[in-house]
Design a protein around this ligand. Structure first.
Ligand SMILES: Cc1ncc(C[n+]2csc(CCOP(=O)(O)OP(=O)(O)O)c2C)c(N)n1
Length: 386
């Protein structure tokens, strides 16, 4: 395990805006007001985006948007350097809430909102229906529910192994909690004492076909607690509570935190609220002026339709992270006279790759086995590099 020095970490983190990282226990009044205004605009953008594409998921986007705005504006991330290695990781696991994610990222300065609105779900556009890493600020390609926590835990283990102090936030849906991979992931987080990962669940109690308990009964909060997570329950539309919970989660010293945020699907537009039908359907064209008027946002649909007609926005230039090159070393060959097995050859190769690379700066290797260390011959690696 190679450590990054404290001086190096310090010099990197100093480049972030100084309010970032949930350092203060309270959200300032100035930021509360800014986020409130952003949330109003963002809800309008969610509705415009999905109506323009005549598809997409406004309901969950509008229940998650206050959480997204607080994270993208207050976590240690930078719209100017979206891929720097020491950034906090914000993972949207219920990636169908892409209209919410894009609206929040636009509000935080990652790109302009009109480009995302007009380019949403257009062929060739980076603004896909389920969030993908083609968009700056997005950390994981989605569509398949239930994976984000495992990914976040992988990133948290990477932080731990490489001695970095970034925090990973994983946003999830409540219907999504039905996926089995989530329970495996949360036990791994506890086993490794990961205090640098926080899950935030949008508890709007609805999913595609109705009430989450009718689809699959679950006691979400109790299940996370039973697995050893610290639980914080909040109103997911109260910006102060969202901020305070995220601050508290970053302060817990011994285990990961789950924030269960009670929300309202379609929050902000009276006829959308608590309607499962808006999980995956846009507002009908006839109802659009009323929805935008209720939010108090400008109805500029004609301009947006014209912008969309110009075609898909270009791809973003994502820098090649290729900072670390893996040295493959010298292949080990076994002559016909040598009696061995594939697993032992694998174990020897793993050890030789470790020997060839572990002297490199910033290089670490994590080896996982399914309780089969003896059989799959990872024991050699474990004894040399415990
Ligand atoms: C593994 C997997 N199973 C099923 C689906 C289909 N699916 C898409 S969204 C959704 C419901 C998710 O509900 P929730 O997490 O509550 O999101 P919300 O309705 O609040 O937006 C389902 C079942 C999927 N995308 N991936």
């Amino acid at each position: 395990m190679q450590q990054i020095s404290a001086e190096e970490k310090g010099s990197k983190t100093a480049m972030f805006d100084n309010w970032r990282g949930f350092k203060s226990p309270e959200l300032s009044k100035e930021w509360h007001d800014k986020l409130t205004e952003m949330a109003r605009e963002a809800r309008g953008n969610i509705i415009k985006m999905t109506s323009l594409a005549a598809s997409g998921h406004p309901g969950g986007s509008m229940s998650s948007i206050d959480i997204y705005l607080t994270l993208y504006n207050m976590a240690r991330v930078s719209p100017h350097e979206p891929w720097r290695d020491d950034r906090d990781r914000i993972i949207i696991s219920h990636g169908h809430t892409s209209p919410g994610a894009y609206s929040a990222l636009a509000a935080a300065g990652y790109f302009d909102a009109e480009t995302a609105i007009a380019g949403f779900r257009q062929a060739g556009s980076p603004f896909e229906g389920h969030v993908e890493q083609s968009v700056p600020g997005i950390e994981w390609d989605t569509g398949n529910l239930g994976q984000g926590l495992a990914v976040g835990i992988g990133k948290a283990i990477y932080a731990q192994l490489s001695g970095q102090n970034f925090h990973t936030f994983v946003c999830m849906g409540d219907g999504e909690q039905q996926k089995g991979q989530i329970s495996e992931s949360r036990r791994i987080a506890v086993k490794y004492g990961l205090k640098n990962v926080t899950a935030i669940i949008d508890y709007n109690k609805l999913q595609i076909s109705g009430n989450i308990d009718d689809v699959m009964p679950q006691n979400i909060a109790a299940e996370w607690e039973a697995d050893g997570w610290n639980l914080i329950s909040i109103d997911g539309h109260d910006l102060n509570q969202i901020y305070q919970a995220l601050h508290a989660a970053t302060q817990i010293a011994d285990r990961p935190t789950v924030i269960v945020a009670t929300t309202v699907m379609g929050k902000g537009v009276s006829f959308m609220e608590n309607k499962a039908g808006f999980h995956g359907a846009p507002v009908k064209p006839d109802d659009l002026p009323r929805a935008l008027a209720e939010l108090g946002v400008v109805n500029n649909m004609d301009e947006l339709i014209a912008k969309r007609a110009q075609g898909a926005p270009p791809e973003f230039n994502r820098p090649d992270s290729g900072k670390i090159k893996v040295i493959s070393g010298t292949p080990i060959t076994y002559g016909a006279e040598v009696k061995t097995d594939n697993r032992s050859a694998f174990g020897n190769a793993l050890l030789s790759v470790a020997d060839a690379n572990l002297g490199q700066k910033d290089f670490s290797i994590g080896v996982f086995d399914c309780d089969l260390a003896g059989s799959v011959k990872t024991a050699g690696f474990a004894s040399k590099y415990p």
